[in-house]
Design a protein around this ligand. Structure first.
Ligand code: NAG
Ligand code: NAG
Length: 339
């Protein structure tokens, strides 16, 4: 009896021991796993930090970002998911400085343009300009705040293909180097890009004036090798998603957006419903619209952050919420070129 009793005690003791070791172990595993995820992430995105201090500093930022992303995904009550993408070691300030670049300059804004679709009533239920062949593959602005050039180019590529059937990848670098009134990698506006393309009587191809992800001087010879032209551009009436719909039913449209919130930065899939404000700091291109299975209406946007962000480089963002500015301010400053 005494022996059996003793055995039981030992078993109970072992169980207690095991539970507490397990708890201690799972804590280390958790820390290990963030450190492990950091190592894996560094390998995946080819990160090499100059020294251990920098690596430690970046690890702290990474850890904060990962904890936030895990928290949002675990709450499980949003219509979208976040993921640990290549921006996970950047602070919000660094992210805004290098990956966005929509800037309203102090120059007087251009005169109000007409809006040719104001009386358009026949609007398809859904639209995806990729399916019509009017959208080139996702590009990557890298560490240059020239989203405005990518947004403008995607719109020009769209109207060009719709007009003459030629899908040609066009040059962002030409806009970064040549558009006066914009500041290249330090930000700019799509309308200035459209004005330049009209003045220059066209835009060169990506192939002939390739992207460098840095400021350069305007190469007049490459800039004169034009493959696409526009005749004018128009602004969509502000804060009017119905007007935006009229325009997108006809072709891709450039829009400004607040693209720097933690959720926008780490968006990976689903219909994005915010968190975000409406302080415009980024530019993308609306390339369609539709409705998800649960009835949520969305805009389809093409971003310039490579294919590892979002739904292979694209985002579905909620539309028609009743807020005039639209989610993340998407309806505040849309405009488009006319081929
Ligand atoms: C999701 O759940 C969290 C935690 O329960 C809560 O704080 C948050 O407000 C919820 N968000 C939404 C969009 O319902
Ligand atoms: C839209 O209709 C109004 C009223 O008929 C007309 O005055 C206006 O010029 C039309 N707009 C366009 C762009 O055709």
């Amino acid at each position: 009896m005494a022996l059996i009793h003793g055995k039981k005690l030992i078993i109970v003791f072992l169980l207690i021991l095991e539970t507490s070791t397990y708890q201690a172990m799972s804590r280390t595993l958790l820390e290990d796993s963030i450190a492990g995820r950091y190592q894996q992430w560094m390998a995946k995105y080819g990160r090499n930090y100059e020294d251990d201090a920098e690596k430690e500093k970046r690890f702290k930022i990474f850890k904060d970002n990962v904890e936030y992303i895990d928290k949002v995904n675990n709450e499980g009550n949003r219509t979208y998911k976040l993921s640990v993408n290549e921006f996970a070691d950047l602070t919000t300030e660094e992210f805004i400085a290098t990956r966005t670049g929509y800037k309203i300059s102090s120059q007087p804004s251009s005169p109000k343009t007409s809006f040719r679709y104001e009386n358009l009533t026949e609007i398809p239920m859904t639209m995806d300009w990729r399916e019509k062949g009017a959208v080139t593959p996702i590009k990557n602005q890298e560490q240059c705040g020239c989203c405005w050039a990518f947004s403008a180019v995607a719109a020009v590529e769209g109207v060009t293909q719709i007009k003459n059937g030629n899908k040609i990848s066009l040059s962002e670098q030409q806009l970064v180097d040549c558009v006066e009134g914009s500041n290249g990698c330090n930000g700019g506006l799509m309308d200035y890009a459209f004005e330049y393309i009209i003045q220059n009587q066209g835009l060169a191809s990506e192939e002939n004036y390739p992207y460098q992800a840095m400021d350069g001087t305007c190469d007049q010879q490459m800039a004169s090798n034009i493959v696409a032209q526009i005749s004018s551009y128009e602004d969509v009436p502000s804060n009017n998603e119905e007007a935006l719909l009229q325009a997108v039913a006809n072709h891709p449209v450039s829009v400004a957006i607040e693209g720097s919130s933690p959720d926008f930065k780490s968006y990976s899939s689903g219909v994005f419903t915010g968190e975000c404000g409406t302080n415009l700091d980024h530019a993308v291109t609306v390339i369609g619209y539709g409705m998800s299975d649960d009835g949520t209406k969305y805009w389809l946007i093409k971003n310039s952050w490579g294919t590892t962000w979002g739904e292979s480089g694209y985002m579905r963002i909620q539309r028609d919420t009743g807020a005039p500015e639209g989610v993340c301010g998407i309806a505040k400053k849309p405009s488009y070129p006319v081929a």
